[in-house]
Design a protein around this ligand. Structure first.
Ligand SMILES: *Cc1c(COP(=O)(O)O)cnc(C)c1O
Length: 377
């Protein structure tokens, strides 16, 4: 994780292109009374703010038409390439309201850089980091009243890009739309953090060598829905994928990276082999753990050793992490051949400590020594 200091140093100098977004205010913003009622009763991903940001790329012209406009349905040609060949990528990040009322994004430049790595894999155009960050700043400026202030809530931001050209030939599209929408979200665990149960995917893999597993593209999620359904049928909230080549090594959950905590305090997580999505929460957790003097090892981890470790107590805790849930304890691991409780099914101390350490920085309760937070309002 030697690159983190460099990107943290860069983060303060990345310029924003927010001023280039033409703001066309919504003619029908939600009245303040209704908005405040919505903000008092938050669910995940069901409520959206009054505006969205957008821009368009054309092969011979590059990016243009930067706008913030009323949130609403898109007009899309039925032949739009995305609907047929899934040339699409997305990102997910959050804006946090601090006690003094200011609003801060968590590592947006890291999302911008990952967006471009995903774009490369899906043969989509690169988006300048200043435009990515600019769209976030421009939308938050228009919808700042939508950033919730309730404890453990945030404004979830969803940038995405897709092939909008009407053309049924199979080639990278010549017209691409970028959009950014925002959704106020409440605590992921209302009523306190509860450990999740995990089912080991049977007969399905999330990614293969050379595939799109390390790109944040919608297609990966489409393919994870059936295994996720399998998990639900076995009473589990999440699915754990093993590697496609050997069907032995832990990769990740449908949308979260995974860590194990050994009894001696050592922490392990699957190494990035091109089939795992490199989470920004994952890299932040690794850096904080290392700075706290813990040993973090990125390596191949077999399901067999995790099962044995949980059974004989050598593995004390398992947790998952991602932007939506931050850090989630795993209390149970199940497959057709075993069903084990981890840490007695309770959230572990190391897991909850990491969660606290990270959310304290995000909510401005602790000093941000990393330069991770970017003030946007
Ligand atoms: C987004 C995502 C993650 C988590 O990444 P964060 O940057 O931490 O939110 C993990 N796995 C998959 C498959 C993802 O799409």
């Amino acid at each position: 994780m030697t690159d983190t200091t460099a990107s943290a140093a860069q983060s303060s100098v990345v310029a924003s292109n927010a001023a280039a977004f033409e703001v066309r205010p919504s003619a029908n913003p939600l009245p303040a009374i209704q908005r405040d009622a919505a903000l008092a009763d938050l669910k995940f991903g069901t409520q959206f703010t009054d505006h969205m940001a957008r821009m368009q790329w054309r092969k011979d012209e590059g990016w243009g038409d930067r706008r913030v406009e009323a949130y609403g349905p898109l007009q899309l040609d039925p032949a739009a390439a995305v609907l047929h060949y899934a040339q699409e990528i997305f990102e997910g990040l959050k804006a946090f309201k601090w006690a003094d009322g200011s609003v801060h994004l968590f590592r947006p430049e890291a999302n911008a850089e990952r967006f471009n790595r995903s774009a490369h894999r899906l043969a989509l155009p690169q988006l300048p980091v200043e435009d990515f960050v600019g769209s976030l700043e421009a939308l938050i400026a228009a919808d700042v009243a939508w950033v919730p202030g309730v404890e453990e809530s945030s404004l979830y931001l969803r940038p995405f890009m897709f092939a909008s050209e009407a053309f049924l030939g199979v080639r990278p599209a010549h017209v691409i739309d970028y959009l950014l929408i925002a959704s106020p979200v409440g605590p992921y665990f209302p009523g306190g953090v509860k450990p999740v149960s995990i089912w080991v995917a049977q007969g399905f893999h999330r990614a293969g060598p050379g595939g799109t597993g390390d790109a944040k593209c919608g297609g990966n999620y489409a393919a994870s829905l059936l295994p996720q359904q399998q998990a639900a049928e076995h009473g589990c909230q999440q699915v754990l994928f093993l590697d496609a080549k050997n069907d032995r090594y832990l990769e990740e959950l449908g949308g979260m990276n995974v860590f194990v905590v050994r009894r001696d305090g050592t922490i392990e997580t699957p190494r990035l082999t091109g089939t795992i999505l490199e989470g920004i929460t994952r890299s932040s957790v690794i850096q904080q753990l290392e700075d706290d003097g813990r040993k973090v090892i990125e390596k191949d981890i077999t399901l067999d050793e995790v099962r044995a470790g949980v059974e004989d107590g050598d593995i004390a805790e398992v947790f998952a992490c991602g932007t939506a849930a931050v850090v989630t304890p795993v209390g149970r691991l199940a497959s057709p051949t075993f069903d084990v409780q981890i840490n007695g099914g309770e959230a572990g101390q190391v897991t909850m400590g990491i969660r606290q350490r990270l959310t304290d920085i995000q909510y401005g309760r602790d000093e941000d020594t990393y330069g991770w937070m970017r003030r946007v309002a």
